[in-house]
Design a protein around this ligand. Structure first.
Ligand SMILES: NC(=O)c1ccc[n+]([C@@H]2O[C@H](COP(=O)([O-])OP(=O)(O)OC[C@H]3O[C@@H](n4cnc5c(N)ncnc54)[C@H](OP(=O)(O)O)[C@@H]3O)[C@@H](O)[C@H]2O)c1
Length: 259
């Protein structure tokens, strides 16, 4: 008989989570560590990573804080080398780092546009590519999980660059999945609805946020931990035959037509 806990067990796996200094990334890292993975924590704010890493280690986890800007190719290669040396080949990559930017399309500068696409789409591709290259070289199976957004499926005014990047993440996920499936590397996406984090707390705690919340069929924003199930399914053997999928966890937001 297969036990659920065994199916989701990540003992002996090495995970790398980008954007692990805050918000969803910290929750993803904690969920992976709680289920047995050694977890490399990547972001720019080294102090945050060090504190978080220490907190995880206190609860028995094996972690490594690695400072890197996801848009910096040299830093990316160095990060993978460091993690590989300390923990082994990364076989679970969570491509989570991201930025938000609001602004009407007619007002976006070329710099705004490039920064968004570079952080939220280009880096997702290059980190996935590097992780896959290393898994193939080591002849290891693995899982790449890209964090998209409901704004990759639908649009809202003021979100042209973010929505375009996140829609790209969903297509990229499928494109990588078909190329890597035969080698045992699965590539999937999680589409979160609204979660209050540093990225959006001003916005979601405003009147506008209250209006958004009223439109969510479950009547609430996401809670920490609401994405753990989707993450662990995609990261573990529980999701062994799932690739190219997009799991939406949004309290029912995107399936609804207003009326
Ligand atoms: N919160 C939501 O409602 C929501 C909904 C849908 C999708 N998402 C997606 O979920 C992901 C996490 O967002 P969050 O809500 O947790 O936001 P957050 O709390 O602002 O966290 C963003 C993380 O990304 C990191 N990051 C940003 N730019 C980076 C760069 N150039 N290099 C390395 N790390 C970088 C930040 O770390 P440093 O600043 O330390 O580098 C931080 O750890 C994002 O991809 C976001 O688009 C969030």
């Amino acid at each position: 008989m297969t036990k659920a806990a065994e199916l989701f067990n990540l003992s002996g796996k090495v995970a790398l989570v980008t954007g692990a200094s805050s918000g969803l990334g910290q929750q993803f890292a904690r969920a992976l560590a709680d289920n047995g993975a050694a977890v490399a924590l990547v972001a720019r704010r080294a102090d945050r990573l060090a504190d978080f890493s220490a907190a995880l280690m206190k609860s028995g986890a094996k972690t490594l804080a690695v400072q890197a800007d996801v848009t910096d190719r040299a830093a990316m290669l160095e990060a993978f080398d460091t993690v590989e040396k300390a923990l082994g080949t990364v076989t679970i990559l969570v491509n989570n780092a991201g930025i938000a930017h609001g602004g009407r399309a007619v007002e976006l500068t070329p710099e705004d546009w490039r920064k968004m696409l570079s952080t939220n789409l280009d880096s997702v591709f290059f980190w996935a590519q590097e992780a896959a290259r290393r898994m193939l070289a080591a002849n290891k199976k693995g899982a790449i999980i890209n964090i998209a957004s409901v704004l990759g499926l639908m649009v809202a005014k003021g979100g042209a660059s973010y929505a375009t990047a996140k829609a790209g993440v969903i297509q990229l996920t499928k494109a990588l999945a078909v190329e890597l499936a035969f080698k045992g590397v699965r590539v999937n996406a999680i589409v979160p609805g609204w979660f209050v984090t540093e990225m959006n707390d001003d916005y979601l705690n405003s009147e506008k946020g209250a209006a958004i919340k009223r439109e969510i069929p479950m009547g609430r924003f996401g809670n920490p931990g609401d994405l753990d199930g989707a993450l662990l399914l995609l990261a573990s053997d529980a999701g062994a035959y799932i690739t190219g999928a997009t799991i939406v966890a949004d309290g029912g937001q995107v399936i609804q037509i207003k009326g």
